[in-house]
Ligand binder design. Structure first.
Ligand code: SF4
Length: 218
């Protein structure tokens, strides 16, 4: 069952992809949920990525992280096959590639051995969001439930922040970044809008009465 769940999607059966500048949505789980314009070069290659021009939230602007997606997705050093650790003392490489079938066989055997020896709760399929869609992210729960593996309280990265927001503000919410243009004072505390949410400060920059005072690092 594990083998079937983890097998990579088949390339056949997909509708042919259109090329050109295509509308899309950022895959990150950041609250902005930015609309994108993506240059699709072929079935397997993307070009530049822009904030969607026809959406007033992005208005053609996108954060630096996602603007450079093309470099990461098509980087020659990107992993494309499973690797198994072979590290022995003094071996600096420490990994060798193996086929998907072998990797899945290896994993299912290890999972079975661990569950037989220590019980299924000795396995914790850790996951959380970031760049996953709902199907990819929550699909793992099917494996967890059917096999009786250990569970988790959803996220280990945002729970603290959410508790803080609820304690201090009463709810997890914030103003619409487009309203920043109307603000007299903006305090950015513990965040880096330049690389991570550049569109948030763009409306403020465009405001005729804008005066920037940078009093810390950004
Ligand atoms: S700010 Fe960047 S990471 Fe967040 S949704 Fe927009 S494009 Fe994605």
């Amino acid at each position: 069952m594990l083998k079937n769940m983890l097998k990579p999607p088949l390339a056949s059966g997909r509708a042919p992809l259109q090329t050109g500048r295509m509308p899309s949505t950022c895959p990150h789980d950041c609250p902005s949920c930015c609309s994108l314009d993506v240059d699709v070069l072929s079935q397997t290659e993307i070009g530049r990525i822009y904030g969607a021009r026809d959406q007033d939230y992005t208005a053609g602007v996108i954060c630096a992280k996602v603007a450079r997606y093309q470099e990461r997705v098509h980087h020659p050093d990107r992993l494309t096959t499973p690797l198994i650790q072979t590290r022995t003392k003094g071996d600096r490489q420490g990994f060798r590639p193996l086929s998907w079938d072998d990797a899945l066989e290896h994993l299912s055997e290890r999972f079975r051995d661990i569950a037989d020896q220590h019980g299924p709760e000795a396995i914790w399929p850790y996951y959380y969001a970031g760049t996953m869609g709902h199907v990819m992210r929550d699909g793992l729960q099917r494996l967890r439930h059917i096999m009786g593996y250990s569970r988790q309280h959803n996220s280990i990265c945002t729970s603290l922040v959410q508790a803080g927001w609820k304690a201090a503000v009463g709810a997890i919410l914030g103003p619409d970044p487009r309203e920043m243009a109307e603000s007299d004072l903006i305090v950015v505390w513990g965040g880096q809008p330049c690389p991570y949410a550049s569109q948030c400060h763009d409306p403020y920059r465009q405001s005729p009465q804008t005066t920037w005072r940078k009093i810390g690092r950004c």
